[in-house]
Design a protein around this ligand. Structure first.
Ligand code: AMP
Length: 140
């Protein structure tokens, strides 16, 4: 299994396609999932290219998990969630559809069902507002 430098998240990292950015540092980028399974569904990716967790450089994982934790706390705060689900899929058999390592951050509340994975495209104005809410929660 090889890493394809033309995957959609690599294009986002190169600025070739847009995203609703939530957070960025030297090693990681976080942005809104365009087909959110819950309001506030955010993705965190490493800047280093790897197909998924299985072929990632272990040195990339520390900074990546630090960003996952930081963004998860901000998502929880921004959406008043009771809990946060972190998901990460490896290879198609496990549900992976984009082949650049990423962690899903999903705010959860008791009794609220998740929408389907890779389901319906969200309105961009709504995603922009959600990203702004999370960025504001990161600042406090
Ligand atoms: P996975 O099945 O874990 O590979 O999930 C890939 C995720 O990327 C899905 O939740 C998609 O909704 C999401 N996605 C696909 N294209 C984009 C994009 N251009 N910007 C943001 N999220 C995307």
């Amino acid at each position: 299994m090889t890493y394809d430098t033309n995957n959609i998240f690599a294009k986002i990292l190169r600025g070739e396609i847009p995203c609703h950015k939530v957070y960025e540092d030297a090693h990681t980028l976080a942005f809104m999932d365009v087909m959110p399974q819950a309001d506030g569904h955010t993705l965190v990716i490493p800047k280093a290219g790897s197909r998924n967790l299985l072929d990632a450089d272990p040195a990339a994982l520390g900074p990546l998990m630090a960003s996952v934790q930081k963004v998860a706390n901000a998502v929880r705060k921004a959406f008043g969630a009771e809990g946060v689900l972190i998901q990460q899929f490896n290879e198609p058999a496990a549900g992976q559809t984009v082949f650049h390592l990423h962690f899903h951050i999903l705010p959860r509340s008791t009794g609220a069902a998740l929408r389907p994975h890779s389901g319906k495209m969200a309105d961009h104005a709504v995603l922009a507002e959600h990203a702004a809410r999370i960025r504001a929660a990161l600042e406090v």
